[in-house]
Design a protein around this ligand. Structure first.
Ligand code: FMN
Length: 217
């Protein structure tokens, strides 16, 4: 299936078939998608909580009450639910962890490259921390980039999905103990296979025209 056909086929699934589960093999590919996303300076300021058990999904669904009730059944019926979290701070420990992994993966033939790359990454982190004062926002941008990569990958795999901002993220942070670990939840993705009852399944896709959104210069 070519890329554009996959993107035309994918849509935000509003009702999942609770009996159709993602295979173990596809579940591994899903983890690869999360791992392989690019990020600015390869900083990878993210964590993913994946629920496939009923208990795990019920814990996430606690954040879909009250105003957010419209998303509850989607969380409960999906085959898997992924909580995307962003780092609330980017410590030197994290930067050295990334650096050590890059070295281990063979990216620095010359030790000087390692130093240079660390310094360059630190400049970007400090720029966002001290000059722009938007470090958390910057981290979250990287998480959303991962989200885009993820949705595209799922589309290629013909796995149905729904990204959701409509959950109580504070409650979710508490339920998953994310803040203590230096993270805060940004977005949740339910995935699996659409139920026949899904009203959104056969609605035509709607986007602004290319003339509206693209200028060629
Ligand atoms: C970041 C983001 C957050 C969204 N949050 C929700 C949500 O909480 N609940 C929901 O039913 N749909 C949600 N959506 C689905 C959008 O409404 C949908 O992607 C958009 O209308 C485009 O339609 P399509 O995904 O079917 O192509 C969200 C989509 C994105 C990208």
């Amino acid at each position: 299936m070519d890329l554009i056909k996959s993107l035309e086929r994918r849509y935000s699934t509003k009702a999942f078939d609770p009996n159709k589960k993602i295979s173990d093999e596809d579940q591994k590919t899903i983890e690869n998608l999360l791992q392989l996303s690019p990020s600015s300076t390869n900083v990878q300021p993210w964590h993913f909580t994946i629920a496939t058990s009923d208990q795990g999904k019920e814990r996430i669904a606690k954040a879909a009450e009250g105003f957010y009730i419209f998303n509850k059944q989607k969380v409960l019926d999906a085959s898997a639910v992924v909580v995307f979290s962003a780092k609330t701070e980017i410590t030197d420990d994290h930067l050295y962890k990334v650096l050590d992994k890059e070295a281990e993966d063979g990216r620095y033939a010359d030790p000087q490259f390692r130093k240079d790359y660390h310094n360059a990454r630190k400049i970007f982190v400090d720029m966002h921390k001290y000059d722009y004062k938007d470090l958390q926002h910057w981290a979250e941008k990287q998480v959303y980039l991962n989200l885009g990569n993820f949705l595209l990958g799922l589309a290629q795999m013909k796995i149905d999905a729904l990204p959701m901002e409509g959950l109580d993220m504070k409650l979710l942070d508490q339920e998953l103990g994310l803040r203590e670990k230096g993270f805060s939840s940004s977005i949740v993705v339910a995935l699996g296979y659409a139920d026949e009852s899904d009203f959104n399944k056969d609605l035509p896709k709607s986007r602004l025209s290319k003339a509206d959104i693209i200028s060629n210069i």
